[in-house]
Design a protein around this ligand. Structure first.
Ligand SMILES: Nc1ncnc2c1ncn2[C@@H]1O[C@H](COP(=O)(O)OP(=O)(O)O)[C@@H](O)[C@H]1O
Ligand SMILES: [Mg+2]
Length: 815
C-alpha cells in the first residue's frame, strides 16, 4: 500500500516509539492512527474515524485538540500507558513541503514533567532493578526534583522499597520479569552491564571515578543506576542537568514498615485506598509543596537515629514555645511555591515565563526566613539558617528582565519587561505605532479613491492588503497591484503598503526572537544557581516540617516525647491521632500504655467487639512512629524506646479487601513477622487466627505468643477474641493481660473504651448482637448454648435441648 507522505512520516517516527501511544501533531490536533487510534478512542471516549491514505484506502484515526490535551494525556498516563508527544518542528505556514516533525517528549507513569500532570504532595520515583543470586541492585530517581540514589538490597526487601517509595515505574533488563502492580519498562540488558553503566555515570557526573559517591565497588547498584540514567536521558531527551548527585541508598536507615503495616496503620492511604483520614492527613500542616513531600516521605521512612530525632524535637520545642517566631515562619512559608520542581525545570531548560516570576517571588522570602532564624537556639534551626543561601542577585535579575505579568508560554510575546532592552523597546514602538499608521493609511486611500467602503486589513497568508468591493473596482488608481480575487471583492497592495508590511512583520519577528534570546540567556544564568537553590530549599522544607509539628502540638495538644535507646514504651493518656480528630473535641477517651522487654513484653488485650481494641493497638504504633519522625505526640506524657521495625497483622474479618484464602495469607504474614522481627521491633497483632476454627486459631495464637516471648522478645500487642489465650499469662513471665470494659445500662451496652489490667473473662459477642437488633428469643437461645460450651460440654443435640436458664447475665458491673 502506498502511503501519503504524512503517514509515511508517521510510520518512521512510530517505529522508533513502538511501545508508546504516539500523539502526532497535525495543526491544532494531536492525531492517533491505526491501533493507537483504537486504543485512544476506547480509553478516552473519543470518536474513531478514518483517514485516507491513498486511493480509497483508509486507516483508523482519532484525535484530540492540542488545547485540551493535558487532561487526555493525564488519563492515558493514569492507565499506565507511555505517551510520546510528536510536535511540528517548523512553522507550517513557512514549510516548503511536508512539515518536519519529531518526538520532543516521552511521558511515562514515572517520568512526568508537566506541572499540570503532577501531584504536588508526592514524589515521583522511577526505579531500576537488576537481580543477582542473593542481592538486587536498585536505583531510584525523581526527575522532578533531581533525587537520585542507588543501593543493594536483599530480594525480600524489593517490593517493600518499591511501595514505600511509591514508585510509579520500574525499569528492568529485557527478559527479566517481576510480578508487580507497577508498570514495567524493559530496556536493553546491555545498559545494565557494569562497565557500560559505570561509564554512563562517569560521563554524566563528569568525574574519573565514582569514589566520591560512596558506591565504588557496589557493582549491582552501579549497574542499575547507570541503566536508569540512560533510560531517563533517552526518554526525556535531556542531559538531565538537575541530577547532580548520586546517593547511596541504605535500606536500614529508616524504620522498616512493610506494606501491610503501612496500610493497616493508614499512614498515607487509608484502608479503603483513599487519601483521607490517614496519619498524613492528620498531621500535615506544612505550607510548601516540597515540605509536604518531605513529610510524606518521612512518615513512610521514620528515623532510627536517636540523636537526629532529639535534635528535631529540640527544634519543634523552640518553634512551639516561641509563638511569634512560629507565626512569622508560617507567614513567610506561605509565600513559597514549588521551588524544588520549578528549579528542576529551570535546570532542564523547561521553565516558563510565569514560573520564573513564581521562582522569584519564592526566593525573595529566603533571606527573610534566614533573618528570623538568626537568633534561634536549637542546633537544627541554626543548621537550617546556615543552609539557606541568599538569592538577591537571582531575584534582581528576574525582576529586571521579566514582565510583571508574562504570558504562560514562550510562543507568545510580552515576556520581557519594558525598559530592559533598548532594542526591544524600539521594535515594540514600531509594532505599536503600526495600528495608527494603518488607520491613517486607510483614511488616506479612501480619500484618494473616493471609495468609502475600502478596507485595509491583514491575514496570515497574504499579509496586508487593501480590499475593494467588485462594485467599486472602476475607481481604483493604477498603482494598485492585484493580490487576490474573492467572490465579491478584489484585494490589492501598493508599494507603500508593501514597505510598511516588511517593516512591521520584520519588527514582530524580531521582537519574538529577541524576547526569546533574552529569556534563554537569563535562564542559563540563573540555572547556574540551580544546585544552590535546591540545597536551600531542602533546608526550607525541613523547617516547614518542624513548624508543622510545632503548630500541631499547639492545635491538638500534643506533647514532646522522650525518645531514647531503651526498651520501654510508656504512654500516659495516649490518643489516636486520626480517630480523635474525627470525633467531637475532647470525646476521645485516652488510655495508658506500659511496655518493655521484661514483665510487659507482650500485652494481650481482650474485650468485646467495638470495645476499642483495634484503635488502641494502632494508637500505640502511631505514637511511636510520630515520635520517630521528630513530632510531638497525642498523649499527656510519652517515653519511647526507639523501635527498628513495626509489624502489624490484622485478622481476616477485619480486613475485608482480602481474598478467599485469608487464613493462609494471615499465617504467611505471621510467619514473615516471626522470621524478620528483631529485639527492637514492635509487633501489633489484631485478632490473628480469626480466619479459622476456634481451636486451630487459639492453638496458633498461643504458639505465636510463645515464640514472640521466647525468641527475639520484641514488644508486642495482641488483641484477641480468644479469651482462653489470656491463660498464657500464667505460663509466660513477659505476658500481661488487659481488657476493655463494657457496662450494661438497662437495655443498653456502654462502651467505656478504657483499658484495664487483667483478662476479660467473658465474650460479649451476644450482647453486641442484641445491640444490632437480633430478636430477643435468638439472644436468649444463644446465651443458653454458650453456657453449655463454657461448661465444656461437647456439641450434642441432646445436651443442647432447651432448658430453662437461671444463668446470671453476662454483664455485671464489676465494681
Ligand atoms: N478511646 C476511644 N475513645 C472514643 N472512642 C473510641 C475509642 N476507641 C475506639 N473508639 C470508637 O469505637 C469504635 C470501635 O473501636 P475498635 O477499636 O474498632 O474496637 P474493637 O477493635 O475492639 O472492635 C471506633 O470506631 C471508634 O469510633
Ligand atoms: Mg478490632
Amino acid at each position: 500500500m502506498h502511503l501519503t507522505p504524512l503517514l509515511e512520516q508517521y510510520q518512521q517516527i512510530k517505529n522508533k516509539y513502538k511501545d508508546t501511544l504516539l500523539l502526532f501533531r497535525v495543526g491544532d490536533f494531536y492525531e492517533f492512527y491505526y491501533d493507537d487510534a483504537k486504543k485512544a478512542s476506547l480509553l478516552l471516549g473519543i470518536t474513531l474515524t478514518s483517514k485516507t491514505i491513498g486511493k480509497g484506502a483508509k486507516v483508523p484515526l482519532a484525535g484530540i485538540p492540542v488545547k485540551a490535551s493535558e487532561n487526555y494525556i493525564a488519563k492515558l498516563i493514569k492507565n499506565g500507558l507511555k505517551v510520546a508527544i510528536c510536535e511540528q518542528l517548523e512553522n507550517p505556514d513557512k514549510a516548503k513541503k511536508l512539515v518536519e516533525r519529531d518526538v520532543i517528549e516521552v511521558i511515562t507513569p514515572g517520568t512526568i514533567f508537566r506541572p499540570s500532570l503532577l501531584d504536588e504532595n508526592k514524589a515521583l520515583f522511577v526505579a531500576s532493578c537488576v537481580p543477582d543470586e542473593n542481592i538486587v541492585g536498585i536505583a531510584l530517581c525523581d526527575i522532578t526534583t533531581g533525587d537520585f540514589s542507588c543501593g543493594e538490597i536483599e530480594p525480600g526487601q524489593l517490593l517493600e522499597i518499591l511501595t514505600r517509595k511509591e514508585v510509579k515505574e520500574v525499569i528492568l533488563p529485557q527478559g527479566i520479569t517481576l510480578k508487580l502492580d507497577i508498570p514495567i519498562t524493559a530496556i536493553d540488558g546491555y545498559r545494565f552491564i557494569y562497565e557500560i553503566a559505570y561509564q554512563q555515570l562517569k560521563e554524566h557526573f563528569n568525574v574519573i571515578a565514582l569514589d566520591g559517591f560512596g558506591i565504588e565497588g557496589k557493582k549491582l547498584a552501579i549497574s542499575s543506576a547507570g541503566a536508569l540514567l540512560y533510560y531517563l536521558k533517552e526518554n526525556q531527551k535531556s542531559t538531565l542537568p538537575q541530577i547532580t548527585k548520586l546517593n547511596y541508598f541504605d535500606a536500614h536507615k529508616a524504620v522498616y514498615l512493610d506494606s501491610a503495616t503501612r496500610k493497616n496503620l493508614e499512614l498515607v492511604i487509608n484502608i479503603r485506598n483513599e487519601e483521607t483520614k490517614t496519619l498524613y492527613w492528620a498531621i500535615d500542616n506544612c505550607l510548601t509543596p516540597a515540605g509536604k513531600r518531605m513529610l510524606r516521605n518521612q512518615i513512610l521512612e521514620p528515623l532510627i537515629d536517636c540523636n537526629t530525632i532529639n535534635e528535631r524535637l529540640d527544634g519543634v520545642t523552640e518553634l512551639k514555645d516561641r509563638e511569634f517566631l512560629r507565626k512569622q515562619v508560617r507567614e513567610f512559608l506561605k509565600n513559597i511555591r514549588d521551588v524544588e520542581r520549578i528549579t528542576t525545570r529551570l535546570m532542564c531548560g523547561r521553565i516558563m515565563p510565569r514560573e520564573m516570576n513564581v521562582l522569584k517571588d519564592s526566593l525573595k522570602v529566603y533571606p527573610e526566613i534566614k533573618s528570623i532564624l538568626l537568633n534561634c537556639d536549637s542546633p537544627i534551626l541554626k543548621k537550617i539558617y546556615n543552609q539557606i543561601d541568599n538569592f538577591d542577585i537571582v531575584v534582581q535579575k528576574i525582576e529586571n528582565a521579566i514582565s510583571p505579568e508574562p504570558p504562560a508560554t514562550l510562543d507568545e510575546t510580552g515576556i520581557i519587561r519594558p525598559g530592559h532592552s533598548k532594542e526591544l523597546d524600539e521594535l515594540r514602538e514600531i509594532a505599536l505605532n503600526s495600528k495608527e499608521w494603518l488607520n491613517r493609511f486607510q483614511t488616506q486611500e479612501r480619500k484618494k479613491t473616493g471609495i468609502s467602503s475600502l478596507k485595509v486589513a491583514y491575514n496570515t497568508i497574504f499579509g496586508y492588503y487593501i480590499e475593494v468591493s467588485k462594485a467599486n473596482l472602476h475607481l481604483i488608481p493604477d498603482y494598485y497591484i492585484r493580490k487576490q480575487t474573492l467572490v465579491n471583492a478584489e484585494r490589492f497592495y501598493t508599494p507603500e503598503l508593501k514597505e510598511f508590511e516588511e517593516k512591521i512583520l520584520g519588527a514582530e519577528e524580531k521582537i519574538k526572537n529577541l524576547e526569546y534570546e533574552i529569556f534563554i540567556k537569563l535562564r542559563e544564568e540563573i540555572a547556574r544557581e540551580g544546585n544552590k537553590i535546591l540545597n536551600s530549599t531542602k533546608a526550607v522544607s525541613l523547617l516547614d516540617i518542624l513548624q508543622s509539628f510545632a503548630e500541631n502540638a499547639v492545635l491538638y495538644n500534643y506533647t514532646r516525647p522522650e525518645v531514647n535507646e531503651g526498651d520501654k514504651i510508656i504512654i500516659a493518656e495516649g490518643r489516636h491521632p486520626v480517630v480523635e480528630r474525627l470525633m467531637e473535641k475532647g470525646s476521645f477517651i485516652p488510655n495508658d500504655t506500659e511496655m518493655d522487654r521484661n514483665r510487659n513484653q507482650i500485652l494481650i488485650i481482650t474485650g468485646p467487639n467495638m470495645a476499642g481494641k483495634s484503635t488502641y493497638l494502632r494508637q500505640v504504633a502511631l505514637i511511636v512512629l510520630m515520635a520517630q519522625i521528630g513530632s510531638f505526640v497525642p498523649a499527656k506524657e510519652a517515653k519511647i524506646g526507639i523501635v527498628d521495625k513495626i509489624f502489624t497483622r490484622i485478622g481476616a474479618s477485619d480486613d475485608i479487601s482480602r481474598g478467599v484464602s485469608t487464613f493462609l495469607a494471615e499465617m504467611m504474614e505471621t510467619a514473615n513477622i516471626l522470621n524478620n522481627v528483631s529485639e527492637k521491633s514492635l509487633v501489633i497483632l489484631d485478632e490473628v487466627g480469626r480466619g479459622t476454627s476456634t481451636y486451630d486459631g487459639l492453638a496458633l495464637a498461643w504458639a505465636v505468643v510463645e515464640e514472640l516471648h521466647n525468641n527475639k522478645k520484641p514488644r508486642a500487642l495482641f488483641a484477641t477474641h480468644f479469651h482462653e489465650l489470656t491463660k498464657i499469662e500464667d505460663f509466660l513471665g513477659g505476658v500481661k493481660n488487659y481488657n476493655f470494659l463494657v457496662k450494661e445500662w438497662g437495655d443498653e451496652i456502654i462502651f467505656l473504651r478504657k483499658i484495664n489490667p487483667g483478662p476479660s473473662d467473658q465474650s460479649y459477642g451476644i450482647q453486641v448482637a442484641r445491640l444490632a437488633g437480633l430478636p430477643k428469643s435468638v439472644i436468649e437461645r444463644a446465651k443458653e448454648v454458650l453456657t453449655k460450651f463454657e461448661e465444656g460440654e461437647v456439641f450434642s443435640i441432646r445436651k443442647l435441648k432447651k432448658t430453662k436458664l437461671s444463668q446470671p447475665d453476662l454483664f455485671v458491673d464489676k465494681k
